[in-house]
Design a binder for this molecule. Structure first.
Ligand code: AMP
Length: 281
C-alpha cells in the first residue's frame, strides 16, 4: 500500500529514515488526475530507485489569473489506487496552506529560457513551477526526479535550475505518451467535448507530418511552420494557434535552419482548452 501523506514534517521524518538505511529515492512530481503519461514516469522511477514517491499538488502559483486552476480535474481516490497498483511507496499530497503558509515570501526564478514558448503567454508560470519543485525537492530529497518531455520547456528549465543551484539530483526526461490516435496524454484532455477531442488530434498529426517533411529534406522553418498551421487550422474545433516554434533543444531559441535533434513545439486552443505538444526531429 502506498502511504498517503499530507504533512511536510511527516514526509521529512520518513525520508530521513530511508536515507539512513541507504535507500535511493525516485521522485515524480504531478498535479494528479493521473494517466498513462504519469504512469510511465512512475515505472521509470520504479526501475531505477529503491523508493518511489509521487507528489500530487495542484500548485496555484503556476496558474495565471484567467487559467483553469478552479476547474483543474482532481480525483485523489483514483490516483491513490493507481499509485497502489504501480507499487508507489508514498503519495505526498500537501494542502495549499501546508506548502504556502500565510507568511510565505520566497520564490525561485530561472531566467532567459523561461521567457519564450509557454513562458511568453503564461507570465509567472515557470516561477511557480520552479518554486514548487524546489520546495518539493527540499522535502523529498530525491536522488532522481522524473519529468515528461510533453512539457519540454519545463523539463529544460528544471534541469537548468538543478545545475545552477547545485542540487544533487539527477533530472530524467521521459518520452511523451500518446493516445492511439497520437494525441499527447494530458489531464486537460478531460475538458474536451467529443467534437473537440476529434480536433485535438490536429497537434500530433501536424507534428508527425512536419517531422516527415524534415526527414525528406525540408530544413526551412518557415515552410515547416506554414505546413503545420495549414493542418491544424483545417480542424473545425481549433479556436486558435498560440505558437508554433522550432527551437534548439538546449537553448530553446528558434533555429534558422532545421537540424536533427531540434524540437518543434506548439500550443493550440481546441475550444477553450489549451493543449501543448512537441516532437524531436
Ligand atoms: P502534470 O500532472 O500535468 O503536472 O504532469 C506531471 C508530470 O507528468 C510532468 O513531468 C509532465 O511532463 C508529465 N507528463 C504529463 N503528460 C505526459 C505525457 N503524455 N507523456 C509523458 N509525460 C507526461
Amino acid at each position: 500500500m502506498a502511504k498517503w501523506i499530507k504533512s511536510i514534517n511527516e514526509m521529512k521524518r520518513i525520508i530521513k529514515s530511508y536515507k539512513k538505511n541507504g535507500k535511493t529515492i525516485g521522485f515524480v512530481p504531478t498535479m494528479g488526475y493521473l494517466h498513462e503519461g504519469h504512469i510511465s514516469l512512475i515505472r521509470c522511477a520504479k526501475k531505477e530507485n529503491d523508493i518511489v514517491i509521487v507528489s500530487i499538488f495542484v500548485n496555484p502559483l503556476q496558474f495565471g489569473e484567467n487559467e483553469d486552476l478552479d476547474k483543474y480535474p482532481r480525483d485523489i481516490k483514483r490516483d491513490l489506487t493507481i499509485c497502489n497498483n504501480e507499487g508507489v511507496n508514498i503519495v505526498f499530497n500537501p494542502s495549499y496552506e501546508e506548502m504556502y503558509p500565510e507568511d510565505y515570501k520566497t520564490y525561485v526564478v530561472v531566467e532567459d529560457i523561461t521567457e519564450g514558448l509557454c513562458g511568453a503567454y503564461r507570465p509567472g508560470h515557470f516561477k511557480g513551477v520552479t518554486t514548487v519543485v524546489t520546495k518539493l525537492f527540499n522535502i523529498v530529497k530525491p536522488d532522481r526526479a522524473y519529468f515528461g518531455k510533453k512539457d519540454y520547456q519545463q523539463y529544460i528549465v528544471i534541469k537548468q535550475m538543478v545545475k545552477d543551484l547545485n542540487m544533487d539530483i539527477e533530472v530524467i526526461g521521459c518520452p511523451i505518451v500518446r493516445e492511439h490516435d497520437g494525441l499527447a496524454m494530458s489531464s486537460r484532455n478531460k475538458y474536451l467535448s467529443s467534437e473537440e477531442r476529434k480536433s485535438a488530434v490536429s497537434l500530433s498529426k501536424a507534428l508527425f507530418h512536419a517531422k516527415n517533411l524534415f526527414e525528406k529534406g525540408e530544413t526551412n522553418p518557415l515552410t515547416i511552420k506554414k505546413e503545420i498551421e495549414k493542418i491544424i487550422l483545417s480542424y473545425p474545433k481549433v479556436k486558435k494557434i498560440q505558437y508554433i516554434e522550432i527551437i534548439d533543444p538546449k537553448t530553446l531559441k528558434p533555429v534558422s535552419k532545421l537540424k536533427k535533434g531540434d524540437i518543434i513545439a506548439l500550443a493550440v486552443f481546441v475550444g477553450d482548452t489549451r493543449l501543448i505538444d512537441n516532437i524531436e526531429l
